[in-house]
Design a protein around this ligand. Sequence first.
Ligand SMILES: Cc1ncc(COP(=O)(O)O)c(C=O)c1O
Length: 397
Amino acid sequence: MIFVGKRTEYLKAELENLKAQGLYFVERVRVGPPDNRVVIKGVEYILMCSNNYLGLANHPKIREAAIRAIEEYGVGAGAVRPISGTTDLHIEAEEKIAKFKRREAAILFQSGYVANVGTIQALVRDEDAVLSEELNHGSIIDGIRLTKAKRLIYKHLDMEDLEAKLKETKDARKRFIMTDGVFSMDGDIAPLDKIADLADEYDAIVYVDDAHGEGVLGDHGRGIVDHFKLHDRIDIEMGTLSKAFGVIGGYIASSKEVVEYLKQRARPHLLSSALNPPDVAAIIAAIDLLSSTDEPLKKLWSNARYFQKSLVDRGFNIGNTKTPITPVMIGDEKKTQQLVEMLFNDYHIFVQAVVYPWVPRGTARIRFQPNATHSIEDLNYVIDSLTEAAKKIGVLT
Ligand SMILES: Cc1ncc(COP(=O)(O)O)c(C=O)c1O
């Protein structure tokens, strides 16, 4: 017998309301790895909305490392890190991440989301001030919400506004400037060189979320700090292992003191079980691969450049992207959902509408993510199909 939740029935009306506003997400259930093609209910689709930038999520060497680790370690870590969850694999991965990011030390977390929330909560005190970029990822925002520090939001990419807010907070114990490196819904990048100048002038700590920069920007995909060559001027790099690295997990790469402190005080490190050994082995293999070759990185960028230029030539607005993230701006939530449905049903292209709360209301878009697994034929098919579908529903003339 299934019990009906009488006291929670009120949520029905709220769900209907989300549907009426075009804000209701449909999760497509796929089988198989996130390569260029995926199968949903027995039908093949071109996948254009995965963060698997370099195709590492299904790379033979990385799969093999994970399988080997299952044979040696089993599937679960068995505990939180300080109890008994730390394996030699966790330590090796942290050392490799630190070396790859050209930092003194690194600490793994269970996801990028958890890395942001856990780190910000641990480092920021009531008497501090956080200066947070307007378009920061929700996990930074959630981390800040867990603190009682003074919070100021500076306008997107606006260094004058950041400076004004630094002046406003001169009495804080410490000031933290927190920013995404690459903005995940727009693909534009933070002016880290200018942020570093302001941080030097006002003695602020800089915290950068490199989720969409690593594996994409910098030498061999070392990320946005490497792209700007600012290793000695940016204090804390947060990253995720779920996107270009193709696995799962998050990390902080920084000074020895920051990492040692987080191992003592970050609540997800102390209160949530460690990453599973096969995931950690896969992370190590992904870093080894990226360190030894930049072929997938070159393919990613040549695909992204081709795709973006073609869309602009067809008359689409792709905003101010500087990375492979390709937002096709539509504006209206319902039209965006309609276009996504048409691409899915009529053209077998799998993309997602990006609507509120991911982006402000009225700025809905479709985020296309060309990656290293796509062929030119895949991209041409998507470009032609999108053009045809957008004309049909009147969002392209
Ligand atoms: C900018 C940014 N930071 C953090 C995260 C969270 O990373 P993860 O998916 O590993 O939890 C994401 C992923 O959506 C992201 O785009």
